[in-house]
Design a protein around this ligand. Sequence first.
Ligand code: CTP
Ligand code: MG
Length: 223
Amino acid sequence: MPAAGLGVRLGPGQPKALRELAGEPLLVHAVRSLRSVPSIGVVVVAAPASDVEAVGRLLAAYDVVVVPGGDDRQDSVHRTLAALPPDVDLVLVHDAARCLTPGHVIEAVVAALRAGADAVVPVLPIADTVKHVEGVRVLGTVDRAALRAVQTPQGFRRDVLEQAHAAGRQAATDDASLVEVLGGTVTTVPGDDEAFKITRPLDLLLAEAVLAARSSRSGRHAR
Ligand code: CTP
Ligand code: MG
């Protein structure tokens, strides 16, 4: 779980993983959602280098290994891979910033890996019309029917991911793209709106609303 980013787009404050959402750090929500899936074994978190000990304390109840993150996301993922025990052969890479990802998305990725996929990404159709621009000028409209927005967790056979990271020094915003450039096959499973990434301030409001809706649903079930 790469969780070492600063959250510059959220505005001034603590590193993103430590910002609070409904009274708890975002990272606690993220780890709890992973831990709700029984097939998840070892969890390795890349924390901001200055907060490794604090993150360890925060996650003490969740049986995680915490390592210092790197200068960019790819570097942080690389460091988590180096901390995996030798007997692990299927790996999920999951952004802490997608802290409300429903369990069924995580389970779908695991199931596709267990069915033999080398690499798996959760995807959603694009809601907006997408245009190709140069400066302020529109060059054309992209056919969005063939486009998908990509979420995490992304799943990999460990050897495939390690090979991709060892080869990939082009800057990539996800891990599957490192597999793609090596000619590997990446398959898709359905994502979920609630697996959105907390990036800008509006996303924090949305996340609070999702959590409030979940807790009012579970309150109704308890009554
Ligand atoms: N990440 C990381 N190490 C970095 C940069 C990012 O582990 N050096 C992680 C983030 O913590 C996040 C995920 O990668 O869980 C996706 O990155 P992003 O949403 O871009 O988060 P930040 O880099 O923190 O945000 P920003 O780009 O706005 O600073
Ligand atoms: Mg970033």
